[in-house]
Design a protein around this ligand. Structure first.
Ligand code: ASP
Length: 353
């Protein structure tokens, strides 16, 4: 079981429109973070990433306890991961084909707050900018240089240069790209595109393309508010201008009064599957959570195949869950016994904790 702190002795559950409905005395809190779906085979990267997830999970759990505010919790969890420089978000974001960076982020709560930013290039914490879009503008999604200008106007810090490991990874990827070793369809298409347009780039590094270390957090507070937030640098060596699933509600993130969810993986597949929205619709329609997870993953396999995506989430009754069809997915949450769980490989790939 996940995190469940019942601060009222009696948890009243009503049956409402065939769903479980909490009548305002929701006394449960829950939290789960992810650091991306992918292979996580490279131990040196994995160990550092796990430390980041552990630290950010602890910090977010403390914030949830102190503030009882799911939105503050997911924003701070994601900001913590963006600031790590290790994960693929914030200044640790991967580089695109031309060595540039463009970052996407989005957030949503069960109270109707919704905001996202896409293709920002100069903002250190896109998740903070997504929150400004949600809270201070009538819009849902702002993109590009104008979104960066809003960040400056609001006094958000600028994006620092990429850390050395990000540049090294890009250089390695470029070298391997030339050696012609790519099998994944997704990157075959990028290769073909680039090849057709006269570049010497030819293929991609398989282990690199198997790591999608976007970050996300989902929380439930004791007022019954569910919140989800996701932030990414996108996929490595993407074409400049590409925007993935992360700033698209229902795809990279979603929250209603039933579930909240954050996704990771190949954005173009996630947008086709819409796992967060699809899951919420099934559970809101009365389907059992586990069954709904199984159904989404079956649909994923059928439509976009293996190695496509993963997601984490929380239901309104405080159950945390995850599902993925990549080799691994880095996640962190607090267990009932107060111990932290952090891992990238799990005994099962679809689980209600
Ligand atoms: N979903 C992100 C994207 O396609 C990448 C990731 O999850 O790492 O932009």
């Amino acid at each position: 079981m996940g995190i469940r702190w019942f601060t009222h002795s009696c948890l009243r559950v009503l049956n409402y429109s065939s769903n479980l409905y909490y009548d305002g005395e929701n006394m449960v809190k829950a939290l789960i973070l992810h650091g991306g779906a992918g292979s996580w085979r490279d131990e040196s990267i994995r160990v550092k990433a796990e430390k980041v997830i552990e630290e950010c999970t602890r910090r977010a759990w403390r914030i949830l306890g102190e503030s009882n505010n799911a939105l503050n919790t997911v924003v701070e969890a994601v900001r913590c991961m963006e600031d790590s420089g290790i994960l693929n978000a914030g200044y640790g974001s991967t580089l695109d084909l031309l060595g540039g960076r463009s970052l996407d982020a989005g957030l949503m709560t069960s109270t109707g707050l919704l905001g996202a930013v896409a293709a920002v290039k100069a903002t250190r914490n896109p998740i903070l900018l997504a929150r400004i879009v949600a809270e201070e503008t009538p819009h849902v999604l702002l993109a590009g240089g104008s979104a960066d200008e809003l960040a400056v106007l609001k006094g958000l810090p600028p994006l620092p240069p990429p850390p050395p490991h990000v540049v090294e990874r890009y250089v390695q990827a470029g070298r391997k790209l030339l050696s012609g070793d790519l099998k994944q369809d997704y990157y075959m298409k990028i290769r073909e595109f680039v090849y057709r347009h006269g570049s010497s780039y030819y293929t991609m590094l398989k282990e690199l393309v198997n790591v999608y270390d976007t970050v996300g957090a989902v929380a439930l507070d004791e007022k019954g508010v569910l919140a989800a937030a996701t932030s990414t640098g996108g996929v490595i060596l993407k074409l400049p201008g590409r925007v993935g699933d992360t700033p698209i509600p229902g795809a990279g993130f979603y929250a209603s009064s039933t579930t909240a969810c954050s996704a990771t993986g190949i954005g173009e597949y996630i947008i086709r599957v819409m796992p967060c929205l699809r899951l919420d619709m099934e559970v809101s329609g009365g389907m059992d959570l586990e069954e709904a997870l199984g159904k989404i993953m079956y649909y994923t396999e059928k439509t976009v195949g293996q190695d496509a995506l993963g997601f984490i989430g929380v239901s309104r009754d405080g159950r945390i869950f995850y599902a993925y069809n990549t080799d691994g997915m880095l996640i962190g949450y607090m267990r009932d016994d107060g111990e932290i769980y952090v891992a990238s490989q799990h005994p099962v790939k679809v689980k209600v904790v």
